[in-house]
Ligand binder design. Structure first.
Ligand code: ATP
Ligand code: MG
Length: 349
């Protein structure tokens, strides 16, 4: 569960600080729209922090995964290049972090076959995140990809022997499945030497589930997000439209008042303050005052990130160079792992 993951995260922190060279980070995003504050506080912040601690990073743009909950990947080039701009703007350094696209790495799909053979249909069926995503899906029929994408993610993580996965809470069941697949592969295909795959750990941030303006998980594709690259005016408009409740007095109560608490938490994260203190300060001034506070806090926090994003957007060729170099490196790493996998499986060419 989440509290066990939190405990593990605290313990992990110490081990990472002690020997950052022992870790390799894999994380990523679907190119379904611009990154938002949920990404920032849920995972981006951790990715940059780990990179700056000296942990090697791989960052996947999961383009095939867009097809899990829709028929066609729309505006794909725009969204892929937009993700790269978001990464650069928050401080990802392409010289230290390999940024690549799933569709450019054929070995990932070859790893998927043995991985699928290691999990049962029942295990795929009971994944709570997949269930939630089916509930929010735009498709009438649920595709096979929807059920199998967590196994794809295992390939995304394990191809580079990633052992540290900084993610939001929704990804915990997927990392758990990846751990299962790694263990079972190592057991079923012993090498005589060290096992082929590490058993990776999820690393949760302090805000593993940021809510959007409708009170449900902030998501690119649910129309409830505040994008990192939005303008100050757009931000004000989005926050003004956020759902609150009938109780005028502002408190911080995530369980009873998710809408209000989500807004309070946003301001608190941007200002590095305690959410209870933020709520107390607003108190009887009510929801309108809360929204003004949040808007100011978010805009101030994002101003430097937005300025850098605008600057990088002037050089689209640079973005393409980053992807070409990242794909080349990811392919080299993936081919090497696939070679080890085939050797371990004896008789596979
Ligand atoms: P989509 O709606 O298209 O699924 P998304 O907003 O859920 O988009 P993903 O690309 O699926 O974004 O997720 C990328 C990473 O960001 C994952 O590690 C996920 O846990 C994290 N993340 C996404 N939304 C949030 C959120 N609201 N709070 C914390 N972490 C989040
Ligand atoms: Mg998602």
């Amino acid at each position: 569960g989440t509290s066990a993951a939190r405990l593990r995260s605290a313990e992990l922190e110490e081990r990472i600080r002690y020997k950052p060279g022992r870790f390799r980070v894999l994380t990523g995003d679907r190119p379904t729209g611009p990154l938002h504050l949920g990404h920032y506080f849920g995972t981006l912040h951790n990715r940059v922090r780990l990179q700056d601690l000296g942990v090697e990073g791989f960052l996947i743009i999961a383009d095939y995964q867009v097809l899990t909950d829709r028929d066609v990947a729309e505006r794909l080039v725009e969204y892929v290049e937009g993700l790269v701009l978001d990464y650069l703007a928050v401080g990802i350094d392409p010289d230290r972090t390999t940024i690549f696209t799933h569709s450019a790495i054929p070995a990932l799909n070859q790893l998927l076959l043995p991985f699928l053979s290691l999990v049962s249909v029942a295990e795929l069926n009971r994944n709570p995140t997949v269930k939630d995503e089916i509930a929010h899906s735009r498709q009438a029929a649920v595709s096979g990809l929807m059920f199998t994408y967590p196994a794809h993610q295992a390939a995304d993580i394990l191809f580079c022997k990633g052992n540290l996965v900084p993610v939001g809470q929704d990804q915990l069941p997927h990392v758990e499945l990846t751990r299962t697949i790694a263990r079972r592969f190592n057991e079923r295909y012993p090498t005589g030497g060290s096992p082929v795959f590490p058993v990776p750990d999820a690393l949760l941030s302090a805000a593993p589930l940021l809510l959007g303006t409708d009170g449900s998980k902030m998501s690119k594709s649910r129309g409830n997000a505040i994008p990192l690259g939005a303008s100050a005016d757009e931000t004000a408009r989005l926050i003004r439209a956020a759902r609150t409740d009938a109780d005028r007095h502002i408190t911080y109560d995530p369980v009873a008042r998710p809408g209000v608490a989500g807004l309070v938490l946003l301001a608190a994260l941007c200002q590095e303050r305690d959410p209870h203190a933020v709520a107390d300060e607003i108190g009887a001034a009510g929801a309108a005052a809360l929204k003004r506070t949040v808007t100011e806090a978010v805009n101030e926090f994002l101003a430097p990130i937005r300025a850098r994003r605008t600057e990088y957007a002037r050089d689209p060729e640079r973005v393409r160079r980053v992807l070409r170099a990242g794909n080349e490196r990811a392919n080299a790493v993936a081919d090497e792992t696939l070679r080890e996998v085939r050797t371990a499986m004896r008789g596979m060419y």
